[in-house]
Design a protein. Structure first.
Length: 262
């Protein structure tokens, strides 16, 4: 389970003042637990029991557990990856990720503040897990699970975009087990936090959302609005319902990845 202890928060630019953005609470990372799925929806009983690869499903290694953010495909090779939080992949240290008791794959690349594979230090918090298991089992497509009181349904993702302050966005948390929505209060901000086994790092390229309470284990959860994905959840406030997410448009371009709805 991930537990990031944030020591400082701040807003980077945009409409937010160029000074620390205070929420009145410290923060820590988030993670996911599965959302309940209807058998007639995407073929998943819950986010804990979901063999098709969907954003919002719980994943785990022998060391930690996080949430699948979104399946994405390499433009050149056609290989499929699961996008999640970088601190999740870094903390797992090459261990095999499993989902629904089945092997998914291993983390290949990650960025966490000033650290990262390939010497890359973009300031983001994103990681990639290559899907190496039976492709017929995972049937990878870019889609997330939406879970409400009315039941569960699949949401195809067709685009990646950035949010603006005031936008309404949603997140499906595997540990939370449901889809919650809130309002973007800072479209460009930064945060300093630490994950177990990793030193505290200042992470930029973030956005801050109010009105969404997430739980430890929701790290990597997909943040979306309709058929567009905006990022992946990486941290939460220790009090009050604030959530930070890592914006993913730039990392996807850098790694040559694309969303493929299905």
């Amino acid at each position: 389970m991930i537990a990031l202890a944030v020591t400082a928060t701040g807003a980077a630019a945009g409409k937010v003042a160029d000074r620390p953005h205070r929420t009145g609470a410290a923060a820590e990372p988030v993670g996911l637990s599965p959302a309940v799925e209807s058998a007639t929806g995407v073929g998943c009983g819950s986010t804990r029991s979901c063999t098709p690869s969907y954003g919002g499903a719980l994943m785990f290694t022998t060391r930690n557990s996080c949430t699948a953010g979104l399946p994405v495909r390499d433009r050149r090779s056609g290989r499929w990856y699961v996008l999640t939080a970088g601190h999740c992949v870094a903390e797992a240290a090459g261990r095999t990720w499993r989902q629904s008791g089945l092997t998914l794959g291993r983390g290949t690349r990650w960025e966490y503040g000033a650290l990262g594979t390939d010497g890359r230090a973009s300031g983001s918090d994103v990681g990639l897990i290559r899907i190496t298991a039976n492709s017929a089992t995972w049937r990878a497509r870019s889609r997330v699970i939406v879970v409400t009181r009315a039941g569960a349904r699949p949401q195809p993702i067709r685009a990646v975009r950035a949010a603006r302050a005031g936008d309404r966005v949603c997140v499906t948390g595997g540990r939370s087990g449901t889809t919650r929505c809130g309002t973007v209060v800072a479209a460009s901000t930064w945060l300093r936090y630490a994950s177990p086994g990793l030193a505290a790092r200042t992470v930029s390229n973030l956005a801050l959302v109010s009105g969404i309470c997430v739980l430890p284990g929701d790290s990597g959860s997909p943040v979306f609005a309709g058929s567009a994905v905006l990022g992946i959840a990486v941290a939460r406030s220790n009090s009050g319902c604030y959530m930070w997410y890592s914006r993913i448009a730039a990392p996807l371009r850098h790694y040559g990845l694309q969303v493929v709805a299905g």
